[in-house]
Design a protein around this ligand. Sequence first.
Ligand code: C2E
Ligand code: MG
Ligand code: MG
Length: 738
Amino acid sequence: MRLSALFGSFTTKIVIPVFAIAAAVSVAVAGILMWSSVEADNVALERQEGLVGLVVSQMQATVAYNQESVTVWDDALNAVRDGSDLEWIDYNMGSWMHTYFGHDAAYILNSTDGLVAAFSVDADTGEGGFAALAGPAAPLIRALRQKMRTGDMEGVGGRFLSPGATDLMVVEGHPAIVSVKPIISDTEEIEQTPGEEYLHIAVRYLDGDFVAELEGDYLFEGMRFAWDEDAGEGEEALPLTAASEEVIGYFIWRPYRPGAAVLSRLAPVLLGFLVLVLVTIATLLLVISQRSRKLAASEARMTFLALHDPLTGLPNRALFDQKLDAALRGVRDVGRKVAVLYLDLDRFKQVNDTLGHPAGDMVIKEFGERLKALTGEGDTVARIGGDEFIVIKPRLRQAKEVETLCERIVATSERPFEIEGHQVFSGVSIGVAFAPAHGAERTELTRKADIALYHAKSAGRGRYAIFGNAMDAMLQTRRDIERDLRLAMGRGDEISIHYQPRYAATDMRITCVEALLRWNHPSKGWISPTVFVPVAEETGLIEALDELVLREACKAAVLWPDVTISVNTSVIELRNPGFAARVADTLSDCGLRPERLEIEVTEGAVSDNIGHCEQNIRALREMGVQIALDDFGTGFSSLGRLKQLQVDRIKIDRSFVQGFGRLSGDEAIVQAMIHLARARGLRTTAEGVETREQSDYLKQVGCDELQGFLFSSPVTLNQIDALLGVKRRTLTVVASVA
Ligand code: C2E
Ligand code: MG
Ligand code: MG
């Protein structure tokens, strides 16, 4: 859809404008060419018309010039005056001129304009022949005599020896040049009265030869003379005008059109060029369109990758943010209800650790698919972290729908995942928050769903919890604890250590003392380590706390006679690569033998194979430090795994001891634990012994050590020193850790 829209916009934004510009340029170029060809033709036509005019006027001058070869000649003057030798006159002044100069007629007039001699290519050479010319030529004759009389020498000089008069007119049905010249003496020895000279009239027709000459010599194609200007297709008519502006007739010819000629030659070349340009543009556009299509496809892919998780193909956090924002707009604008389900796979870390990351990936992928199958069309399923998913239900009708969905999700997560021939069991915990009930803002709603998730997990996993304000209050309390703990650690007078002895079951001698943290809050009083230790673990404060307990406990223990000091250590601390070395430093600083120190670790630490727990435990044991597995039985370590555990002792959790006498059969469990531990060479301590019966039973089944309120609750350093019969000169005060 988006691609086709993009391609459509490519057509409208690029293809059409480019071709429109190409068409406009082509039309403009063609227009300019046509215009210049017409202009060139017009210029050429003007020149041709000018040329015809020039040839005619040159012909007029030539006729007059030719006349002078006989009119400025004593012999001719004498001959015409005498008038007897008409043959001489006719030969020299008529036919000779016809032969050499192509004149068509010649007439000689005496001083009173009487015809002396006549010559014509037409038959009529007498008075009748001249009669037709006499009228039209009269103004010329008059003008010449006037010139002669007044001695007007205009036009004389250069090639002309005598004045003359010439004009165009129709003679004997021909357009003709008529030129009149006086017959004068070339030696100037024969006197004549000015204005009364004999005159020679030459006639040259402008059709026939002249037209053929124009066509042949001057390349006027199809040149002809016509009385009217009806030119044919592609012909031009040029009027032949007498001095009086009277139009005599027309020269008609097919003018040479250079523009049209150039255009006709240029057109195929231009057309070819245009086609080439269009083909090039089309090819370029095709390439560009293919490139932009590829670009659009890769852009779409990039956008998809930017907004989706590559493993599951589900929306990632960025897209989840957008989707939830959109859903929340629906809450604000049209009063919809939205549910956000925050999911976290249970035991996923174990899957990764035991079967490897590719198996973990397959579980995630499969779980994503199962989730997708359970959700509706408009719902969003996003993967926002390693094993964390979020479902958005943007149009919720009733809360019940979500509860049903959660139950289904939990059920589907409990179905085994078939991974490389293994059946993997996982499970999921879900936290739910509703908009607008719990907030209408993305971060707040997600945070509340996360809090609900935290509660679902703490309540035992494999379940869902819907956000309640009490949860928020608990979270707030945790935050208060964190803040106050930081302050307490900075001051140093609120935090102290109490010591609880452990007794040998055989002779009830104190064999070991466990150091336990105590916090006396200024307003809340004593706060249990079960409350603040997890907060310290989450916030990273545990490192400093454990370090403090270790140092103080070791210092205290130096004075005790052959009693082990037992210190609790968080798994966070055990994962620290430098932990074993730090313990060694503390021991040497305090001067305590490593054999006198026992580190209590939880089951999480011994089953952790990612951090450095295993290396730390091994290094500590090699040093001589003993390792006890605290709260044994509450985690997931099975009795069968006892052999593999790198520990010296197990501390049976007090919940078992306190379960004695009930139907659950904890006695049998504890007995089995002790027997198995012994068989594996491990020693045992029972925690939380509160009654004589418990103590007796534990002794009976062979427990090595007993610890509990029955013998002693945790006490101050002074009190434990007293119990051990030790006198300390200066009191060890717990130092500030800041
Ligand atoms: P834990 O290591 O199992 O310590 C034994 C807990 O049982 C102590 O609680 C102790 O006061 C209590 N207890 C001892 N005898 C009896 C009895 O007869 N009945 C009953 N009901 N309880 C008994 P406490 O001191 O509140 O410590 C709780 C937990 O906090 C400890 O459990 C330990 O896991 C943790 N903790 C205490 N001090 C430290 C510390 O310095 N570092 C770390 N990381 N954890 C500590
Ligand atoms: Mg302990
Ligand atoms: Mg314990």
